[in-house]
Design a protein around this ligand. Sequence first.
Ligand SMILES: C=C(O[C@H]1C=CC=C(C(=O)O)[C@@H]1O)C(=O)O
Length: 473
Amino acid sequence: MSGAAPFRRPGTPRPLTLAAAEAAARPPRLSFLTTALPPGALDGAELLDLLTGRDDVVSWVHEGRGLVGLGRALVLGARGAGRIEELRRAWRATVYASWWRDPLVRPGTGPVAVGTIAFSDRSAAESVLLVPEVIVGADESGAWMTTAVRAPVGGAPGAGGAPAEHPDHGALLAELLETASAAPEAGADRGRALVELGALDEADWRAAVDVTRERMRAGEARKVVLARDVLVTPGQALPTGTILGRLGRAYPSCWTFAVDGMLGASPEMLLRLAGRRLTSRVLAGTARRHPSDTPSRTAELAAWLEGSEKNNREHALARASAIEALMPLCSVVEAPERFLLELPNVLHLASDITGVVAGDTGALSLVGALHPTAAVCGTPRGAAGRIIEEVEGMDRGRYAGPVGWVDWHGEGEWCIALRSGSIAAPGGPVRVFGGGGIMPDSDPDDELAETRAKMRPMLGALGALPIAETGRK
Ligand SMILES: C=C(O[C@H]1C=CC=C(C(=O)O)[C@@H]1O)C(=O)O
């Protein structure tokens, strides 16, 4: 076992765990209370510092801002082809049945659920929406705390009712800050991490790329994204919050996420919906880089990537499929020229697509319409999905699935769970994933090296890379 025990305030009932379909029919009643934290209340601590040494945490942090959470007030679960729609309905019913007070009314305040969704309709992994007991959030205007507790029986639902008994937010924050400052230093790793083969060894994965290329050359698909996994046992038991702190420090421009044991630092924003405005970042086309590369070496790589015919074709397919999926849902879609995104481990070709969502389509419906994108599945989607199932040899679980949060009126932010891993039990081994877009002219050795580069964020945070390669600051 690792670090601290799971977060549960004394006297709180066990988390409510419900099948989404059941919750939609008989919604649970929660009470949410949001309060602004006074300026300086975090006392110089970063959001992710509040999670150091802890398990049972949630995280959604980008450039130091976002949401971190502890504990579980409610867990909604679903599987199969209808999983996103079932979760959407269950959350909507839960919000309708619940009480809340939110004087801030900003993105991420008030009732919020965080979610992680399986890549495939046929995955054995459960897709969940989870309401943490405590959320601490921060944006450019300040910080806040939201607590969620079970609502008392009786009274009218909705935002107008009286809140139930909530813990004192000032005292709770003081307790979180104190535990964080007492947590052991996250820096050094004691033992050596063990990295074991996942579903396929490297030779078999290269052979899978070969078979995929042949099937594409025969006309079955134009692009297929193949992934592989390794199992990493850190040299010492690492609490999830400690791994997140390392990811956030090394990859601040990515979204450092954790929900229900799925964690990582994703550079790919599937969609952000705020005030009906939608943003989606499409990444496809990659050059591997090393943290010690000089600026001139990076410039050389960038020029190579921008001129690479194969990478541009790969990017164009992903970009076109995102635009095509958004067109029927938006009154306006804009897609300026692609650009180069620099990360410590890779360079990507990137497109930021924006739109105005028509009608009252919420973030989870949009997630359902966009997933799986050509950046993680391929083109055409059906044929690429079949090839993945037949050659990859693994259930991706929540890897390459949507991960993010949704608020009380259906807006929120969702990434694709890339540069990620899954932890089955706190402090235990982590299944780390990496994939790449395969084109008919792909080179299997190159593609394998690309998956290694994409695993680097997680391997570094787990102490499974030489320190010079971690990108850790
Ligand atoms: C499938 C992954 O990356 C996708 C996202 C960006 C670039 C990609 C590429 O160039 O192949 C992949 O489509 C992964 O990180 O596991």
